[in-house]
Ligand binder design. Structure first.
Ligand code: ZN
Length: 1029
């Protein structure tokens, strides 16, 4: 008691010196529920996640002032669909209505910010928002990004587009957070896009140093902080409800000590903010699974503080996040604006740079992006099919079920311990399994859909009638190509689909097992092709087919195989390419370079390879007539294996143990000159005498032909692994460009960020690593050297003119911690990422860069199909089946989404709310006629004199290849708001820029005509006249 009196005295002096009003504390009960990490989703549901929602629902009903925020929708939906009773559901609806249970973010997961692509971030939010709006009529308006490792500048833009009023982040550089805290600058108005600026600005709250967990140290107890429900138990919750490490109950004896600790903490934090409000998150990872105990202790503690608020100088109240932000908003403070700088990378301490996860689990990162591209293709094909054949033979619920499974799987892996590669091996396997299972389902759908528009009367390939064993599967490292999984017939029929709304002349690679092949299109015309032994296998062949496809168009092709030399029609059209092998060279022998150079040329470049090293020597950009000295090879960082000898690298952290060393001793080269592509295969051997190579680069130099075939893309597929333990391997491209170590990398594929090399007292190397989701480049005054990527990596420029991409890591160290959580990154896989390298003038490179990144992401899809009923000769006699009509957008606009979400809500919010409130399920059927369309302008303001301009398009005209547009409704990013009713909070800023949403548009728009300005993403519901084909 004496002790307590002293504290009161101390506290009162504080109040007197500070504000007169007590500090208003918003206690926000929450449970951080990782959709993955150490335990699988099923294990988490069983051990605690289901109990969170069951017990919180029951507890909220017991006292009107209690609150809770629900964050990760995947767990909530699983609970709602499989656990909740009708009485729970009734209670939840009531709590939501009263604002006591609030859905925050509303995405399926709390997505990672560094290595996710905006397509997937939007998808996972759309999935969650659709469910919440449909079920409760609510639209999340606040974010709670408490755990992603760093904060991207794209996230606030996406949240603003989704209609959010405020954003919240936590994990940013420790030193920067310190400074912001000291200077009361943790809150600001973020203008994440340099082009959209104040149009899509959003108030952002950075959590203070305590982050999202209640303080865990109690001076009077060994138990863990304010968590009376203890620690969640795996695999089963305890039968008696007694969990380990439950805190001392709040009683007459303990309440003062708890209050003292809490009030001290609140006061400490209040000093870091500009208003008199403190956000006090009450919770942490896996909390509130036993929430009766939790609330029953929180209630009396809070009551005690409020009864003594005059003395303590503090009031406390249960709150949702919106209640906190409302209070801040009403405080009328003028906030500092922040530009488009992001908070990447992220360090927690001088030696703890979280830049390793950019490259952890490369294979998972690749499979996730491949599945996302496959989904994108299937969505647009299904939307086309539904509009064209509303009564067609592919059952719509069967189709929607498959699409939803892949939407869910792609959403799930965006979790911040998912695609980041920071999860345990069994959780990584769970993501892979969900992705491949759902992708296989969608492939069945694609195969069924691809046939139909050519022959609507055909029913042979209706789902369920496909013969078993003829299914197709995505190979984990198959870069978007499909193979039949059974015996090869002498003929193969494929459909090639262009999922982009741009015309394309694409080279499509099909792996086959015959040395000779002839390819014909749907009317029997021979098609240009090239065949050669595969770079990756001695028993297969790569067949490159030149496919001419309009936007969103697909064509059928026939491939005829032969064991012998080809004879007869069509053979001249397939070039059989043979390789020339160059002797293996030890790196020691390559001291004198440039003596014996081998040129490989196409219409854009002359590449020189050095026969003394078998490495790239230079690239001449023919248009600019500039030769750039350039070499490319693999280097490795050796990670410290022992935590006692210094900082270590792990799933999250990259901590280089010195500079990188060459990862190989000798290089072999093979050149396969071709007429469609010329392949340069470089194989890197760890030791000169090794039988097998560990790394390789296969560079494909495209021949230029046709109007639309770009010759500037050098496709490079690398292969790495299995790596030695505790190594991290980079592909280093060193050029003579004078760049001062400045590089540019993308935030989520949406915008490029300038990364100037920064020097730190410690850890300079690792802190100059950045995420590369789709692209990175370096440039001097004249030329730009760019890489675009099919998955995320880490990237850095450690020397002038250098760009190094971390492609793979294998780590086994810090075993006591890692094994405790089963978080070793002992990844023995072989990774095969693909990059497109380009070199050119800055002007041309910026015209092409964004499009290249999109085109690599969404390459044509090859679908094996059953032989058609009519032979192609018959088709030819009939004049050929007309291909589906193309859908083409201008070059600076990208068709981000074209899908049928299948939501059942009314587009009219009032009507929908009446339905929700009536308690009747008036729209049980998914809406199959509402098409979700998103169009994105790819360019920043001023990036290109022509392409940056606003573009007006008439959607009725653009979409006529799909059907007749009847109605167009503009919506918010995730579809839940009618854009004309969306009024986001206007936060006051020091420069008080007046927001003008239409500043780039001149005058009103004609019906069906929309003007899309630089960097905008516009979302629509489109209704077509049905069955008009
Ligand atoms: Zn987390």
């Amino acid at each position: 008691m004496r002790h307590f009196a002293v504290v009161l005295l101390f506290l009162c002096r504080c109040c007197a010196a500070g504000q007169n009003e007590p500090i208003q504390t918003f206690v926000i009960p929450h449970s951080h529920m990782d959709v993955g990490w150490v335990y699988t989703v099923q294990e988490s549901m069983h051990a605690y996640a289901a109990n969170v929602y069951t017990s919180v629902t029951e507890e909220l009903s017991k006292a009107a002032d209690r609150r809770f925020i629900a964050v990760e929708q995947e767990f909530f939906r699983l609970w709602w669909d499989t656990v909740a009773t009708s009485s729970h559901k009734k209670q939840v609806r009531q709590h939501v209505k009263e604002g006591r249970l609030e859905f925050i973010i509303g995405g399926q997961v709390m997505h990672d910010e560094a290595v996710t692509d905006l397509d997937d971030d939007i998808l996972q939010m759309t999935e969650g928002h659709g469910f919440l709006y449909e079920t409760f009529g609510v639209r999340p308006q606040f974010s709670w990004h408490v755990d992603p490792f760093g904060a991207s500048a794209t996230t606030p833009v996406l949240f603003a587009l989704a209609g959010f009023n405020a954003h919240l982040v936590s994990r940013i550089d420790y030193d920067r957070k310190d400074a912001m805290q000291r200077n009361k600058k943790l809150q600001f108005v973020w203008r994440g896009s340099p082009t959209l600026k104040e149009k899509q600005q959003i108030f952002t709250h950075t959590m203070d140093q305590f982050s999202y967990c209640t303080p865990s140290h109690l001076p009077f107890s060994n138990s863990s902080g304010f968590y009376w429900n203890g620690v969640a138990l795996f695999p089963d919750p305890p039968k008696d409800g007694v969990y380990p490490n439950m805190s001392l109950p709040v009683t007459e004896e303990t309440v003062q000590a708890y209050a003292k600790t809490m009030v001290e903490n609140i006061k400490l934090r209040a000093a870091w903010f500009r208003t008199n409000h403190v956000l006090w998150p009450w919770g942490c990872d896996k909390q509130f699974y036993n929430s009766s105990v939790q609330f029953n202790n929180m209630d009396p503690l809070m009551k005690y503080i409020n009864q003594n608020s005059k003395d303590l100088g503090v009031t406390v109240q249960y709150a949702t996040l919106s209640e906190y932000f409302q209070a801040i908003y009403q405080s009328d403070v003028v906030w500092e604006p922040r530009g488009s700088e992001d908070f990447l990378p992220y360090s927690t301490e001088p030696h703890q740079a979280w830049t390793g996860f950019y490259a952890s689990r490369n294979v998972l990162k690749g499979v996730a992006r491949q599945a996302s591209s496959r989904l994108h293709a299937a969505e647009s094909l299904f939307a086309r099919y539904r509009v064209g054949f509303p009564d067609g033979p592919v059952p719509r619920d069967w189709a929607l079920e498959r699409l939803r499974a892949l939407r869910w799987a792609v959403s799930e892996v965006q979790h911040h311990d998912g695609i980041t590669g920071t999860e345990s091996p069994k959780v990584a396997d769970m993501y892979l399994q969900h992705l491949s299972q759902a992708a296989a389902g969608v492939d069945e759908l694609l195969a069924a859909l691809a046939l139909l528009p050519h022959s609507p009367e055909k029913t042979a390939s209706v789902p369920g009638t496909r013969r078993r064993g003829e299914g197709v599967h995505i190979l984990p490292e198959d870069c978007g190509m499909l193979m039949t999984s059974v015996r090869q017939p002498l003929e193969r029929h494929v459909v090639i689909y262009n999922p982009l709304a741009w015309n394309a002349t694409a080279v499509v690679n099909v792996t086959v097992s015959f040395p000779t092949a002839a390819v014909f299109d749907n009317v029997g015309k021979p098609v240009r092709a090239q065949i050669q032994r595969s770079a990756r296998s001695n028993v297969t062949y790569d067949l490159f087919i030149v496919a001419e496809l309009g936007g969103l168009q697909h064509r059928r092709y026939l491939i005829r195989f032969s064991e012998e030399k080809c004879s007869g029609g069509g053979c001249d059209w397939t070039y059989e390419a043979e390789g020339v092998t160059f002797e293996r060279r030890n790196i020691r022998d390559g001291r004198k370079t440039g003596r014996r150079l081998l040129p490989v040329m196409n219409g854009c470049y002359e590449l020189m390879f050095d026969q003394d090293t078998n490495l790239l020597h230079s690239i001449t950009h023919l248009q600019e007539k500039r030769r750039v000295r350039m070499t490319q090879d693999f280097w490795q960082y050796d990670a410290n294996g022992d935590i006692k000898s210094g900082p270590i690298s792990d799933n999250y952290i990259f901590s280089a143990n010195g500079s990188a060393v060459r990862a190989y001793e000798a290089v072999e080269m093979e050149i396969v000159p071709g007429r469609i592509v010329t392949e340069i295969r470089q194989r890197f051997y760890r030791e000169e005498g090794d039988k097998d190579y560990t790394y390789s680069i296969t560079t494909r130099v495209p021949e230029c032909f046709g109007r639309r075939r770009p010759c500037h893309r050098l496709e490079q597929t690398c292969s790495l692994g299995p790596l030695h333990l505790n190594t991290e391997v980079v592909l280093r491209t060193s050029s003579c460009l004078r760049t001062n170590r400045t590089l540019y990398t993308d935030d989520n594929g949406y915008q490029m960020m300038k990364r100037t090399h920064r020097k730190f007292t410690n850890n300079t190397l690792a802190r100059n690593y950045f995420p590369m989701v789709r692209a990175a480049y370096i440039q001097d005054d004249v030329s730009r050297l760019a890489l675009v990527s099919d998955r995320a990596h880490g990237v850095s420029s450690q020397a002038d003119g250098q760009l190094e991409v971390m492609l793979h890591r294998r780590l086994r160290n810090n075993l006591p911690w890692n094994l405790g959580y089963n978080l070793t990154l002992d990844d023995s896989s072989v990774a095969t990422p693909t990059l497109w390298m380009t070199l050119g003038s800055i002007g041309v490179a910026s015209q092409l860069g964004q499009r290249d990144a999109v085109e690599l992401q969404h390459r044509p899809v090859v679908l094996p199909i059953d032989p058609p009923e009519r032979s192609w000769q018959e088709e030819e006699a009939r004049g050929g089946a007309p291909p589906v009509r193309s859908v083409v957008l201008p070059p600076n606009l990208h068709l981000l989404s074209l899908s049928i979400p299948g939501w059942n809500y009314s587009s009219d919010h009032d009507v929908h709310l009446r339905h929700v409130n009536s308690g009747e399920d008036l729209h049980p059927e998914p809406d199959y006629d509402r098409v979700l369309l998103r169009i994105m302008h790819l360019f920043e303001e001023g990036e290109d004199p022509e392409l940056s301009k606003p573009v007006a398009i008439n959607l009725k005209h653009v979409l006529q290849g799909i059907g007749e547009v009847k109605k167009l409704e503009e919506r918010s990013l995730t579809g839940t708001w009618d854009i004309s009713r969306l009024q986001r909070w206007k936060w006051k800023t020091a420069d008080d820029l007046k927001t003008n949403n239409n500043s780039c548009r001149s005058g009103g728009e004609e019906p069906f005509t929309v003007t899309i300005c630089a960097k905008e993403i516009r979302t629509f519901f489109v209704h077509f006249a049905s069955g008009n084909f």
